[in-house]
Design a protein around this ligand. Sequence first.
Ligand SMILES: Cc1ncc(COP(=O)(O)O)c(C=O)c1O
Length: 429
Amino acid sequence: MDNKNDEFSYVHHIWTKDIQFYGNTNPIRLIEKYGSPLYVYNETILRKRCGELKKLVSYPNLRVNYSAKANTNLSILKIVHDEGLLIDAMSPGEIFIELKAGFKPEEILFISNNVSDDEMLFAIDAGILISVDSLSQLEKYGRLNKGGKVAVRINPGVGAGHHEKVITGGKNTKFGVNPGLISELKSILSLYKLKLAGINQHIGSLFMNPDAYIEAATFLLSFAENFPEIKFVDLGGGFGIPYHKENGELPLDLKTLGGRLQKVIDNWVNRNGRQIVIKIEPGRFTVAECGILLGQVHTIKENGAKKYIGTDIGFNVLIRPALYDAHHDIEIYSRIKRESFKNESVTIVGNICETGDIIAKDRNLPVIEEGDILGILDSGAYGMVMSSNYNCRLRPAEVLITSVGEDVLIRKREEIKDLLLQFPDKTYL
Ligand SMILES: Cc1ncc(COP(=O)(O)O)c(C=O)c1O
């Protein structure tokens, strides 16, 4: 598009300009066309990440399962499917939408946690393999599907992640079966004549240093030698992305991770004389960087010693900063050209009635003005999927910038009447 940059300017840019994230349009036009706040995804980046994962190791039996919990937009799932990735589900709802996106039952692994009989039966009836998360759930599965195929999630005793709330391996978490319970595990398998299809693990979310992942992978593969019948070992996700691009943070070194993983796999294949299927299940790495959340600045005020930038990006729209103290780099766009780019310390907040409704605390940024548009980078993972109607606010729309640069609506903005959807026609009183 000829004059797309004449009608707006980057006050603070670090990333999207260089990679032409917005294709043939720009953030101001997008907000005018689709409203604010708005999730925007870039198809080219998504496809690139999928491709990088498929090449992680040169092992013919590597399978990449996208962990859909990070982003379940139907169009995103369709692109991931088109790229040839398989998929994980964490709930019947995720299974439902993945089937709608075109995944076949045998391409889905249901990584269950404390599920009910009905939820297990939902997956069994759909022909989807379930990974159970405890011995009691394994017994439940055995009762419901005697003689069936099952996977078991193991807790390798190692954890890693960007926040204690996302570390899922080790002693302080609810996840997985303790490997010390192997004889109990084997007895339940034999009591219900279950076939163990595979074992899986996930040590936590967002590692940039591969040491813990490699340690856990080595452990799980050697633990797998106790089960000569199993078909796959799933090493989990957690692959990090550089949220601090502005400070020059480098991406996860996939070459080093892949090289080290290749050695662990080769050793196993040499020792055991068979090419077992190795799965990985990255969510964030696949989708985080292809997504940006746009929002508008409505208020600027000072309170005490702080300057607050008031926006429509509440934690109902993006909860990561409030929940995990997570950092997102921020771009600033203006409708008019700015003369001065003086920096100051500001705290960027949303429109939710909570003191903790903060997107960025004490951030040193060029002066922001009312009417500016903010772009919250790396919001493609655990953004829209964790949004809510808190304060009766509406979930935003989602737009895709296609690989030829066009903008396409891929989820409608909620309307105020949607707030009544779940109430029965006849209400109490
Ligand atoms: C079992 C399991 N697998 C995969 C993932 C994906 O993690 P990430 O998005 O960090 O790759 C998660 C997320 O916590 C998970 O719980």
